[in-house]
Write a protein that binds this ligand. Structure first.
Ligand code: ADP
Ligand code: ASP
Ligand code: MG
Length: 406
């Protein structure tokens, strides 16, 4: 088999861990497989680099951030290749550029446009284990880019699709995808299988076990993913296309995201075209807007428009919102960054009604106030105060009995 194995930050977080990864890789190869390894930076390293940048500049350029951030993965790539070689297995470390990972030039959240896997294929053919730096690519003009936080997952899935691997294994610090973050809900249950769609919702709603864009890519290329632990040999979770055997449970998981800030443009004159003007300015800056709520005043003359953005984009979004507020004759912009989004996900919601009411009721019973709501076919999200996050996750997990197998 041709296997891509991705190892996240904790899995390569120390020299001992890197040696353990090397052992696993070599044993997979000795069982007759070809292996491409994708590694993250050592745990904490990317945050440390971001901290260093902030200590020299309050507003570092995205291009320079990418030169900096890509260095973390370079270190683990080389060390992992060396550790594999020391076990007697030929191995070669490749940076994003050397691996032919071409991206657009949206620095710090670049999109993969094309992969030219010739060097990877040639090295595999020659009997090397290929170790790639995750999270990074290169623009047409030769600038280094990174793929957004958690982007090594995307590197792995994209490489797996490009070389037509049989499977893409994502090794992390938990045994698989759970009904809720196992670090918050002790009785969360590991799912044996989860559909692409559910995984996409869970990831985009904050379950960082897989990066959202890696799941989008897997869907597009129908690349099955296995999420498992690098700390043991437990079987893990298969993320794959929905099939008839899969149970259509109503709620399959709870997710949370503390990484959201809410901006409110106050007293916007209520006339057509206002929302379009506000949000096109923000979209133009490549900021993803999530939950949107509009409250019209009782006399109908003005409205408050609230929306959430990732915390990292909050300052940029504020600048645009303030400009738009001025242009539109609004009163000003208020900001809150003490909120969290809590969500339930499940394909069975398509055919069940009343799930939203149950969710609101369970939260209300525990005194958790809901500030905004957004729904889709297979998920319901509520914006709440961040201090209630853990409580809310546990309450919903309990209410929908997610600890019990169906
Ligand atoms: P890596 O460094 O390997 O990429 P991450 O920290 O990005 O690992 O992702 C793994 C973490 O995701 C787990 O430690 C866990 O706390 C968190 N997580 C959140 N929601 C879930 C979930 N539903 N199932 C499993 N893990 C989850
Ligand atoms: N090192 C990067 C991060 O911390 C990418 C990754 O780990 O996937 O976000
Ligand atoms: Mg990750």
């Amino acid at each position: 088999m041709l296997i891509v194995q991705k190892y996240g930050g904790t899995s390569v977080g120390s020299i001992e861990r890197i040696k353990a990864v090397a052992e696993r890789v070599v044993s997979t190869i000795r069982q007759g497989n070809q292996v491409v390894v994708v590694v993250s930076a050592m745990s904490g390293e990317t945050d440390k680099l971001i901290g260093l940048a902030k200590s020299v500049s309050s507003n570092p350029s995205d291009r320079e951030m990418d030169v900096l951030l890509s260095s973390g993965e370079r270190v683990t790539t080389a060390l992992t290749a060396m550790a594999i070689a020391s076990l007697g297995q030929r191995s070669i470390a490749l940076t994003g550029r050397q691996a032919g990972i071409m991206t657009d030039n949206l620095h710090t959240k670049a999109k993969i446009e094309k992969i030219s896997p010739e060097k990877i294929k040639k090295s595999l053919f020659e009997g090397y284990c290929v170790v790639l730096a995750g999270f990074q690519g290169i623009t047409e003009s030769g600038d280094v880019t990174t793929l957004g936080r958690g982007g090594s997952d995307l590197s792995a899935v994209a490489i797996a699709a490009a070389i037509k691997a049989d499977v893409c294994e994502i090794y992390t610090d938990v045994d698989g995808v759970y009904t809720a973050d196992p670090n918050i809900v002790p009785n969360a249950r590991k799912l044996d299988r989860v559909t692409f769609e559910e995984m996409l919702e869970m990831a985009s709603l904050g379950a960082k076990v897989l990066q959202t864009r890696s799941v989008e890519f897997a869907i597009k290329h129908n690349m099955p993913i296995i999420v498992r632990s690098s700390f043991n040999n437990n079987p893990g979770t298969l993320v794959t296309k929905e099939d008839k055997d899969m149970e259509r449970v109503v709620v399959s998981g709870v997710a949370y995201d503390k990484n959201q800030a809410k901006l409110t443009v106050m007293k916007v004159p209520d006339k057509p075209g206002i929302a379009a003007k506000l949000f096109s300015a923000i979209a133009g800056a490549n900021i993803n807007v999530d939950v949107i709520v509009q409250n019209v005043s009782s006399d109908g003359s003005s409205a408050d428009i609230s929306f959430t953005v990732p915390k990292a984009d909050c300052n940029k979004a504020l600048q645009f919102a303030e400009q738009a507020a001025k242009d539109l004759g609004a009163k000003g912009v208020a900001i809150r960054d003490d909120l969290a989004k809590i969500s339930i996900v499940g394909v069975g919601m398509r055919t069940h009604s009343g799930v939203a009411a149950e969710m609101f009721d369970a939260l209300a019973k525990h005194g958790v106030n809901i500030l905004a709501i957004s729904t889709s076919e297979i998920k319901i999200s509520c914006l709440i105060e961040a201090k209630y996050t853990e409580l809310a996750v546990r309450v919903l997990h309990e209410h929908f009995k997610l600890d019990l197998a169906n």
